[in-house]
Design a protein around this ligand. Structure first.
Ligand code: SF4
Length: 334
């Protein structure tokens, strides 16, 4: 089942305990129930102003790499239980030379939904070709400006031309091999400065075969720039989303946009489900959990993270939910 179909079904089921019980049962039955997010390297080639990587002290304190020799064991332990594997979560996966190996391992374990999240700037022609031919489901590419000026301003150290070339190459290689995948998803973080030019998004990108456009207002995550859209820009934001929504339906693009909680103030009832289903693996995971990937199996791993105890608590504890800034509250328009 396609991930977005699953997402829509999940949104239709309003009862959080019911969803959590479903995930718990899948775990007991040994079925796929996890969305694995892996940062093979905690590093980035860019210094985006809205990101913690714009802070030199953060960069120095948080760098690290999962040795490629550990990929096979991580995959053996987790991938048979994953309905989704995304390579790249809070850092740039292409800064790890072996990141494609993780994609190949996800395919080896027949994970139904495989994606990569990248700024795309370091992807070589060979790597793009490998990703396309392996029919990864989705490549999510960050783009924080419709035009060169804002793109390169916010994504410090990037090249707008390289981004455009990347979109071109993905489409050319897909056409050469007559493949429909990978889908391209653009992740656009909105702030005071890059909001207005969003109206031109399809003027610039309509010919690049984009499947999903994700629009999210900026959050302060420790970047040097975090100017969220102001109160008087909210009506402009809503008008732009309306315009983009109708253009998306003309061009057959799926729109993920935060409409209901632009300032991230509402409690997010989906947070519990996200807590149970999402599983993050990064360079520090083994150390934090005091484990060696080569010596454990899935049962040992879930014990280490106390998955069942925590999930039962999520099912039975009161309805209180907190604001989930990371996942946001996206509306999906297809
Ligand atoms: S937003 Fe993404 S591309 Fe930009 S610095 Fe952060 S991790 Fe790197």
């Amino acid at each position: 089942m396609k991930f977005y179909t699953l997402l829509n079904i999940s949104r239709k089921i309003k009862s959080q305990p019911l969803k959590l019980i479903g995930i718990y049962l899948l775990n007991i039955l040994g079925k796929r129930h996890l969305s694995i997010r892996i940062d093979p390297s905690f590093n980035c080639n860019l210094f985006c102003r809205m990101c913690y990587f714009s802070s030199p002290s953060y960069r120095n304190a948080n760098k690290g790499l999962i040795p490629e020799s550990e990929f096979k064991d991580i995959a053996r332990i987790l991938f048979p239980y994953a309905f989704q594997v995304y390579v790249g979560c809070g850092a740039e996966p292409t800064t790890h030379r072996g990141f494609i190996k993780l994609v190949e391992l996800a395919q080896h374990y027949k994970v139904p939904n495989i994606g990569i999240v990248t700024n795309g700037q370091l992807l070589s022609h060979d790597q793009i070709e490998k990703l396309v031919i392996s029919e990864v489901d989705e490549i999510t590419i960050s783009c924080h400006g419709v035009y060169k000026e804002n793109y390169e301003y916010f994504m410090k150290n990037s090249s707008y031309q390289r981004f455009i070339d990347l979109l071109d190459k993905i489409n050319t290689i897909k056409n050469q091999h007559q493949l429909s995948k990978p889908e391209i998803r653009i992740n656009y973080t909105v702030n005071t400065k890059n909001l207005t030019e969003l109206t031109d998004f399809f003027k610039v990108f309509k010919d690049y075969n984009i499947s999903t456009l994700q629009i999210r207002p900026v959050l302060n995550i420790g970047g040097s720039y975090s100017e969220a859209i102001t109160d008087h820009q909210i009506s402009e934001y809503n008008n732009i989303i309306d315009q983009i929504k109708s253009e998306c339906s003309i061009y057959g693009v799926r729109l993920l946009a935060n409409r209901t909680d632009i300032k991230y103030e509402k409690k997010n009832t989906n947070k519990k489900v996200a807590e149970a289903a999402y599983c993050y693996i990064g360079p520090n995971t083994a150390k934090k959990l005091n484990l060696e990937w080569g010596n454990i199996n899935f049962k040992d791993f879930t014990k280490k993270i106390q998955w069942r105890r925590k999930t039962l608590k999520l099912i039975f504890k009161d309805k209180e939910t907190s604001i989930n800034k990371a996942a946001g509250n996206y509306d999906v328009f297809e």
